[in-house]
Design a protein around this ligand. Structure first.
Ligand SMILES: Nc1nc2c(ncn2[C@@H]2O[C@H](COP(=O)(O)OP(=O)(O)O)[C@@H](O)[C@H]2O)c(=O)[nH]1
Ligand SMILES: [Mg+2]
Length: 265
């Protein structure tokens, strides 16, 4: 079994070293094969240099966007299992083996984590918490889901699962999109984790990204409705299927047998 840990980075020199150390200390003792991929967008600080010194592979992705970075990372990952997290020390990298074992034991395709149940003091501002509450309520209502946290960026899933889901967003909404797709199309579960305060500068603009994430939920619902209408059109209904069967039987009878054809000649 091989694990691919993917981290999107943009100027995370203050924290990336600590994140990589935590991943290495968690994964080395397991004996599992693993790779760390840092998908970096134009970092101007020492992020890349630190990454290389701690054994990460740097993938250059100059196109901006959290979602874009992940989609590029997914294409380049070679592990059977993909783990994602931020490069800012907020997510408990030491939990990776625990989460991988849950995925394996319970035969799941996808795990998303819930940061809100085990949040450390100062990890999230009140406005950020309120924004999260609105977004998770909207997602649960619009898609009939029961998640506690729609914005967590730590996921553990089988690489094969990517073949069955449709990821369209290049921005922050990719985080909610991957959960909607996974919970609709795969065997998925939400698992609580501890969430810690961030080191370094936040790349997210709470209000702007919050509004975009909310808008995306409505767009995604439209996209999925279209998708299921197209599927229904492709799949013939029961009566159409019987009609087709009858037609093909008649066609077979209409075609002369090989023996009949030779007799006629
Ligand atoms: N490659 C890449 N990484 C990004 C981009 N935007 C954000 N990130 C990284 O994605 C992770 C999440 O961003 P962050 O600011 O922590 O957002 P928050 O956790 O939602 O507040 C961090 O590791 C960022 O460095 C981007 O456009 N490109
Ligand atoms: Mg973060």
């Amino acid at each position: 079994m091989k694990i691919s840990v993917i981290i999107p980075t943009m100027n995370e020199e203050e924290s990336i070293g600590e994140v990589l150390d935590e991943i290495n200390s968690a994964l080395k003792p397991t004996g599992w094969d693993y790779e760390i991929l840092m998908v970096d967008t134009n970092s101007k600080d020492r992020t890349r240099e630190i990454g290389i010194s701690k054994g990460a592979k740097i993938i250059d992705e100059p196109r901006r966007g959290y979602g874009r970075a992940y989609k590029t990372g997914f294409e380049r990952a070679s592990g059977d299992i993909i783990v994602t997290l931020d490069g800012d020390t907020t997510y408990p990298a030491s939990d990776i083996p625990r989460l991988v074992k849950i995925l394996d034991k319970e035969g799941l395709d996808f795990i998303t984590t819930d940061r809100l149940s085990g949040m450390e003091k100062g990890a999230m501002t009140t406005s950020h918490k309120f924004g999260n509450w609105v977004l998770v309520k909207a997602m649960n209502l619009l898609f009939g889901m029961h998640l506690k946290d729609s914005q967590s960026g730590m996921w553990v899933f089988r690489r094969d699962a990517l073949k069955k889901i449709n990821l369209t967003s290049d921005g922050m909404p990719l985080s909610e999109e991957i959960k909607i797709e996974a919970f609709k199309k795969l065997k998925a579960k939400e698992v609580p984790i501890k969430y810690r305060p961030r080191k370094g500068e936040v790349k997210l603009n709470s209000w702007k990204d919050g509004k975009r994430n909310l808008k995306f939920l409505f767009e995604k619902r439209k996209m999925m409705k279209k998708e299921s209408r197209a599927e229904a059109r492709e799949k013939p209904s029961n009566s159409e299927r019987t009609e087709q069967k009858v037609r093909s039987r008649t066609q077979v009878r209409e075609t002369p047998l090989q023996s009949e054809r030779t007799e006629k000649r």
